[in-house]
Ligand binder design. Structure first.
Ligand SMILES: Cc1cc2nc3c(=O)[nH]c(=O)nc-3n(C[C@H](O)[C@H](O)[C@H](O)COP(=O)(O)OP(=O)(O)OC[C@H]3O[C@@H](n4cnc5c(N)ncnc54)[C@H](O)[C@@H]3O)c2cc1C
Length: 435
């Protein structure tokens, strides 16, 4: 039987399902803020805006949470893609350190606080994250970088040498790992539902499916055009990340919508689970191919994500690729049933960092570059504070670059080429490792 193409998470929590109120009879004629996109960023921003007394209309083109927010791997924790040296060269020491602190510590603390404050029941735990190192050289480099990072920000990390990694994971595929003790996992659809419900409770009005087709400057505000009629807004926040559409071309040209694919196995015998995932960690790795996997919240299945391709491929092809990647790491899973297999779109930036700012007067917070469960609600909150002129609005992510390239017209025609290039780099690394 072919696997279900909807996310496994939707079995327990369908996006928008609790939302009888998500289609108000009429859209309000005028609000303080229209938020475009009701994922984690938009829902978190709407919550903060409404809690501070703003009238907020939160619109989604599909159901709220239809995007990455309910399709993701459910790993929560901070991180950064650029090295400390790259960040410092680009932004100077002070901003680089602020970016590291916000990416690793502040965003994670915000997400944990949000879950606690709003009593979000989302199977959240802090079992830690194990990052499998692809080669001894990469292991050594990571160890050096972590030592430097620990001198800049408080992080709770440990290097696990190859000889000891079987206490964490039942494979010899990696050359040891980095253990991030404060990271954890959650059920992304329940998490998103919790943040959305908190925004509703604070007074935000949600309407979906209501695509925003156009935003036109009008007097001191904006006319937001939707198929359900126009809405006048004092401010507009774009929170559309990897799902940004052509009608917002300047943003679309700055976001690279990279596909990511996830498959879930059928329930596995307890003994097998203990063998392959003894540490019950969230697992990521340093390959360009980048597999990420974990146990399902009930501990019975393996949830396995991978960049089967950076562009859109058929779900059948993606499932086949994921099966191959999974059995390369755990040969014992050969032939195992896959019950769900789906994909979603990440929003990368050319700077490899999220960005908060304004374009043509409209605000945006996007470009989470693959890591949004903590950062998206955090920066949604920060951009909302900035819109309110609040004293705590400051974030170093307002200083990150948000460039485009002359060859990025909007549609990501270049992703199949980038995917092929990364495959070649991984094969080269494998060959080096073998010799
Ligand atoms: C497969 C996958 C695995 C991932 N795994 C992890 C993980 O394990 N850990 C982690 O931290 N992050 C992970 N991420 C990243 C994380 O999911 C995202 O960074 C985060 O969800 C971004 O949230 P968002 O609200 O900005 O965007 P989204 O949740 O993508 O929401 C954008 C919304 O905008 C709406 N929209 C677009 N255009 C319009 C319009 N014109 N009008 C109205 N609405 C519009 C869309 O319908 C969509 O609902 C993963 C992402 C994917 C796809």
């Amino acid at each position: 039987m072919s696997p279900k193409s909807d996310p496994y998470w939707w079995d327990a929590c369908l996006p928008g399902a609790s939302a009888e109120a998500d289609m108000p009879a009429e859209l309000p004629a005028k609000v303080d803020v229209v938020v475009v996109g009701a994922g984690l960023t938009g829902a978190s921003a709407a919550r903060t805006l409404a809690k501070n007394g703003a009238s907020v209309l939160l619109l989604d083109a599909e159901t709220p949470g239809f995007g990455g927010s309910t399709r993701n791997g459910g790993m929560v924790g901070g991180g950064h893609r650029l090295s400390i040296d790259e960040l410092t060269a680009c932004y100077g020491t002070e901003t680089a350190h602020a970016l590291l602190r916000e990416a690793h510590c502040d965003s994670l603390a915000f997400a944990k606080g949000l879950i606690a404050e709003e009593a979000i029941d989302c199977d959240f735990h802090t079992h830690g994250r194990f990052s499998g190192q692809r080669s001894p050289a990469v292991y050594e480099e990571t160890a050096r970088n972590m030592e430097r990072l620990a001198r800049i920000i408080p992080i709770n990390v440990e290097m696990v040498p190859r000889a000891e990694q079987r206490r964490e994971i039942g494979t010899d595929f990696y050359s040891g790992g980095l253990l991030l003790h404060d990271h954890g996992g959650l059920h992304p659809a329940k998490y998103h539902r919790g943040v959305l419900d908190a925004a509703r409770r604070a007074g935000a009005v949600v309407s979906a499916p209501t695509p925003v087709e156009k935003v036109i400057g009008s007097g001191s505000g904006y006319r937001v055009e939707t198929p359900r009629g126009p809405v006048m807004a004092g401010d507009v926040l774009m929170a559309t990340n990897g799902y940004t559409r052509q009608s917002f071309r300047p943003l679309m040209r700055r976001i690279i919508p990279v596909s990511s694919y996830v498959a879930v196995t059928a329930e596995l015998p307890e003994e097998l689970i203990r063998t392959i995932m003894p540490g019950r960690r969230m697992i990521v790795e340093t390959r360009n191919r980048h597999c990420y996997y974990r146990l399902s919240p009930d501990g019975k299945r393996l949830v396995f994500g991978a960049r089967a391709a950076m562009h859109q491929v058929s779900q059948e092809t993606a499932t086949r690729t994921i099966r191959g990647l999974m059995t390369e790491i755990f040969p014992v899973l050969d032939g195992i049933d896959i019950t769900h297999s789906w994909n979603g779109r990440l929003g990368f930036t050319f700077a490899m960092l999220p960005h908060v700012g304004r374009m043509d007067g409209m605000w945006h917070a996007m470009g989470f570059s693959g890591s949004g469960n903590a950062m998206a609600p955090y920066l949604g909150h920060k951009v909302a504070l900035a819109m309110l002129g609040h004293k705590d609005a400051e974030t170093a992510f307002m200083k990150t670059e948000f460039p485009t390239r002359f060859w990025h017209f909007g549609r990501p025609w270049f992703l199949p080429i980038a995917h092929a290039l990364y495959r070649v780099l991984d094969i080269r690394d494998d060959l080096r490792r073998a010799h």
